[in-house]
Every structure is written in C-alpha cells, then in structure tokens.
Write a protein that binds this ligand. Structure first.
Ligand SMILES: NC(=O)c1ccc[n+]([C@@H]2O[C@H](COP(=O)([O-])OP(=O)(O)OC[C@H]3O[C@@H](n4cnc5c(N)ncnc54)[C@H](O)[C@@H]3O)[C@@H](O)[C@H]2O)c1
Length: 304
C-alpha cells in the first residue's frame, strides 16, 4: 500500500486520484487542518492522523503494510511560518522525522517528498536549476531544506530510496486561496464572485505556474521509480502576473480591471525553474500549458 500524507489537501488529493487510476492501493493520513473530506477519493482508505503524533503514525504502520510514502502533509503558508516558526518546524520537520523513523522500523522501500522552490530564496540566475545555492528566506523554506536533508540522512542509513520534488507554483482545482502559489486560486475566487482583484506591484513579476495534474503524474512516476534524486518539477516557462490575470479574465468572463497595490515586502521579482533533471530521470514533462490548465481550473471554480 502507498501512504499519502495530506491526501485530503489540494495536491495530495490529485496524487491519490492518479495513484488509484493506475491501480495502486492508497491510504490517506490527514489531520484535516486545511484539507477536506470532499477532496478524498472514495476508493482510498482514510485515517485521521497527525504527522506530529508518533503514536497515531505508528498505528498506521503496525496495521498496514506500507511499501511507499508520498509525503504532502505540511504547514504550507510562508506568512504563518514567519509568525509561528515553532508550529512550522513542528509540522514540517518533526512530522517528516516521525515518518522516516517508521520507514526504518517497518522497512518502507520508497519515500517521495513535496519540497519547494522556496528553498532557493532569491534567484542568483535563471532558470533555477537544482545546483542553485539554497538560501531560504522564510522558516517555511528552511523547514523544507531541513526535511530534504533528513530524508538523505535516513536513506544513507537504510535501504529506503527517495525522490525529492521541488515544486514551482502549483495551481488547479481544489486549491484554496491561502498558501504558496495561491495567486491563481485567489484570482479565481474573486473573479467568479465578481470582486476586485489586487495585483501587488506593477504586475511584471514572473512565476513558473505548473498544473496540479502534471504534479500528480510526476509523483506517481517518482513513487514507481527506485532512483535517489532531487529534482525541480516545473514548466521552465515564466509568466508575468498581468498576463496571468488577462488569461484568467477571458476564461471566467470577468470584466473588471485589476487594482495595482504596493509591492509586497520580500516578494521575489522573477522565478522559473529548469526541469531537465526530472525529464532525464523519469521521462516526465508537463502536459498542460497555462491556458489549458487555467481552463480546467476555471471550470472547477465556476461550479464550486
Ligand atoms: N501549492 C503549491 O504551490 C506548493 C508549492 C511547493 C510545495 N508545496 C507542498 O506541497 C504539499 C501539499 O501542499 P498543498 O498546496 O496541497 O496544501 P494543502 O494545505 O491543500 O495540503 C496539505 C494537507 O496536509 C494536511 N496536514 C497539515 N498538517 C498536517 C499534520 N500535522 N498532520 C496530518 N496532516 C496535515 C492538511 O489538512 C492538508 O490536507 C505541501 O508539503 C506543500 O509545502 C506546495
């Protein structure tokens, strides 16, 4: 069985769907702090558990034969990580250590982890590749960096192999307005209810937007592989926020102009990630371009 932590959340629920479509048996462990049972695939087994609670986690491993873990349960907000670093580190670092200890104790073979472009900090060059220096600017980024290193340490001392996936800005159906990469969800929510949309700064800042179904496919490939690797999962394409806004406007029928506000402190100007490593290793590449991904996302938000 494959254990998906955070499988009631945005990305984890799409991974669960993709795994089940491919015939895998899936157990989802989630404490439902930001996830929802509505997102859960009915064919998945669900266990309400908190990754910071070692007893709750061990109960899963002692009851079921877990052969692989896809770890997506996390504190995902950069802002929360700055306000409550203890909470961030507890969820993200203690949480992963609990799981990794269970991997050693119960001989789990494979560990796939959702890391983030936040570990790179301000880009020193573009596109960002995996050798780019790691200079996280937030506790969230730091907890992802620490999590990555915890995985490597455990893997060096056991038979477990790992795939670390560093995501660009993920968007798609089921995303909430808060958190990393939430700009698409924020605009979608506001556009479908005809509210004003704010663009921080001049709208010329760029991001690498990747559709959640492409992320789900990358995870399934990473789970089915036994290679140890760390790779960006991205489109290698940059889009500025004004362009994103215009495309979404067309797709939702929104008629208002954006309101330009002061740039947000600490926001990175430009970012996009090279994706050749994952392409070489797993033969993965994104299938959805931005227009196609946003079209699917708009359908979801308009019917929600
Ligand atoms: N959304 C993005 O653009 C993006 C980018 C880079 C990395 N990531 C990473 O991908 C993963 C999934 O993010 P998401 O956007 O789907 O967020 P999400 O909030 O929708 O999903 C996280 C899930 O984890 C659960 N959870 C949180 N704390 C938990 C705990 N202590 N124990 C058990 N379950 C817990 C939540 O209830 C939720 O279902 C996270 O690790 C996040 O850091 C996301």
């Amino acid at each position: 069985m494959i254990l998906v932590t955070g499988g009631c959340g945005f990305i984890g629920s799409h991974i669960t769907d993709e795994l089940i479509n491919k015939g895998h048996d899936v157990i989802v462990a989630d404490n439902l702090i930001s996830g929802s049972m509505i997102n859960l695939n009915p064919k998945a087994k669900f266990i309400k558990a908190d990754v910071t609670n070692i007893e709750q986690i061990e109960e899963i491993f002692s009851k079921y034969e877990i052969k692989a873990i896809c770890h997506h349960a996390a504190q995902i907000s950069v802002a929360v990580s700055m306000e409550r670093p203890q909470f961030d580190v507890n969820t993200n670092v203690i949480g992963i250590i609990n799981l990794l200890q269970m991997c050693t104790k119960y001989s789990v073979k494979r560990f796939v982890f959702a890391s983030s472009a936040a570990i790179y900090g301000n880009p020193e060059y573009l596109p960002i590749d995996e050798s780019h220096p790691l200079n996280p600017l937030s506790f969230y980024g730091l907890s992802k960096q620490m999590s990555e290193q915890c995985i490597r340490i455990y893997a060096n001392n056991s038979n477990m192999t790992y795939g670390i996936l560093r995501y660009a800005n993920v968007y798609g159906p089921r995303q909430k307005s808060e958190g990393e990469g939430g700009v698409v969800a924020v605009f979608m929510n506001r556009m479908v209810s005809d509210q004003d949309c704010n663009i921080h700064g001049d709208g010329k800042q760029t991001r690498d937007f990747i559709y959640v179904k492409d992320i789900a496919k990358a995870n399934v490939k990473a789970l089915e592989s036994n290679l140890n690797f760390t790779a960006n999962v991205s489109t290698n394409v940059y889009t500025d926020i004004s362009e994103l806004f215009s495309t979404m406007k067309k797709q939702t029928g929104y008629t208002k102009q954006p309101i330009f506000t002061k740039p947000r402190k600490g926001d990175i100007k430009d970012s996009y990630l090279k994706n050749t490593v994952i392409n070489d290793l797993l033969k993965w590449e994104p299938v959805y371009n931005l227009e196609q991904g946003l079209k699917e996302t708009a359908k979801y938000f308009m019917n929600a």
